[in-house]
Ligand binder design. Structure first.
Ligand SMILES: Cc1cc2nc3c(=O)[nH]c(=O)nc-3n(C[C@H](O)[C@H](O)[C@H](O)COP(=O)(O)OP(=O)(O)OC[C@H]3O[C@@H](n4cnc5c(N)ncnc54)[C@H](O)[C@@H]3O)c2cc1C
Ligand code: FES
Length: 345
């Protein structure tokens, strides 16, 4: 049987017990401590922390998430880290509101109740939980869906807040040959069961802030932003907010009806669709190009805003560089990188 060690997180002064055969991040989930994380697979760097003391070893990870020089300096990825002695870890990125708000991670069964193609490569998938209420989550969070017949899973963000009837809505980009998304074209169908684990993710609204909100998303990154906008509408929020959404062409724009309804409920919401590949003659030239370029053109003082970014890694990295250039404080920046699962874990 593997040994258990104590891990202490600074500067928050929280202790957890970690067994050698689990990652520090998984042990924290198990004990209701919500540390910063994204992919949980050593790809995105959201869980990067500093090892102050102790013996730790890491599973395989991407050097995009943790460069060799950072590892040499003592930085670690908690989603890959196993403790082999008691540890002291400094969290370099944490959220006081979130850390104690951890909902229990559960594995539940759900049935596909809707599969609708929204564009040539984006599908809306709706699941219904076998037991409504068995999976609790905050808007903006995601679940891991097991690939049928495999041990592997893929992560997908809910596009709406939790509902009493156990409805989970997803917006999924289909990749030809994709182990999960490829099944949406012809293999999966309404009535099929899926195994879902969660909730995960820290892409949630911070209740304590009343700053202006700026959302930027690309492709299926629409999903968690839609969940946050629906949460704001339900709460009758009066915060000023802008949502920049990037697609390649006009026919790749999605969720028009949902956004029209949200604009009626949130009159202070400005929606700015951005087209990167081709656009009709009447299209405003200021909203052409990649979504981060359009944000840069329109937003010159983001230091007074809470910024939420969601989409593929290159989009997030470009937007983070823009925010860093404007000196936006770290605690005002929230992002979910839709990283691709590494070939062999
Ligand atoms: C926190 C998180 C939340 C996520 N939420 C969503 C979501 O709400 N909606 C959504 O659609 N996806 C989301 N993803 C991505 C999702 O988990 C899968 O990685 C994606 O659906 C591809 O899985 P797959 O099994 O279909 O393809 P895989 O079998 O993993 O990949 C097959 C091939 O498809 C291509 N491919 C796959 N993904 C990409 C990519 N991102 N960019 C370029 N080429 C790619 C590559 O060529 C790859 O080799 C999220 C990821 C993370 C980490
Ligand atoms: S690298 Fe650890 S959560 Fe993404």
């Amino acid at each position: 049987m593997s040994e258990t060690h104590n891990v202490r997180f600074e500067p928050v002064g929280i202790d957890i017990e970690v067994s050698e055969d689990e990652t520090v991040l998984d042990a924290a989930f198990r004990q209701g401590v919500m540390l910063m994380h994204g992919c949980k697979e050593g790809q995105c760097s959201a869980c990067k922390s500093f090892l102050l003391d102790g013996d730790m070893q890491m599973d395989r990870y991407s050097t995009f998430a943790l460069a060799d020089y950072e590892s040499d300096e003592g930085y670690v990825l908690l989603c890959r880290a196993h403790a082999y002695s008691d540890l002291e870890v400094e969290l370099i990125n944490f959220d006081e509101e979130m850390i104690h708000s951890g909902l229990p991670v559960v594995t539940v069964t759900a049935t596909i109740t809707e599969l609708t193609n929204l564009t040539s490569d984006i599908t809306r998938m709706v699941l219904t939980l076998a037991e409504p209420g068995s999976l609790r989550f905050y808007p903006g969070q995601y679940v891991d869906i097991q690939i049928p017949g495999h041990v592997e899973h893929r992560s997908f963000s809910m596009a709406a807040p939790a509902s009493p009837d156990g409805r989970l809505e997803f917006i999924i980009k289909r990749y030809p040959g994709g182990h999960f998304s490829g099944l949406l074209s012809d293999k999966l169908t309404a009535g099929d069961s899926l195994e879902v684990s969660g909730p995960y993710g820290t892409f949630t609204l911070k209740a304590s802030s009343d700053r202006r909100l700026v959302f930027a998303a690309g492709g299926a990154g629409m999903a968690p932003v839609l969940a946050l906008l629906r949460q704001l509408a339900e709460a009758g929020s009066e915060r000023a907010m802008s949502f920049y959404y990037g697609a390649r062409t006009e026919s790749d724009l999605i969720c028009d009806a949902e956004l029209t309804e949200l604009k009626a409920r949130l009159p202070q919401l400005t929606f700015i669709p951005c087209l990167s590949e081709s656009w009709p003659d009447h299209w405003d030239p200021a909203t052409t190009g990649f979504v981060h370029d359009v944000v840069e053109r329109h937003e010159t003082h983001l230091t007074d805003s809470d910024v939420y970014l969601c989409g593929p890694p290159p989009m997030i990295d470009a937007a983070l560089a823009l925010l860093s250039g404007q000196s936006v404080p770290q605690e005002q920046i929230h992002f979910d990188k839709f990283t691709v699962t590494a070939e062999s874990g």
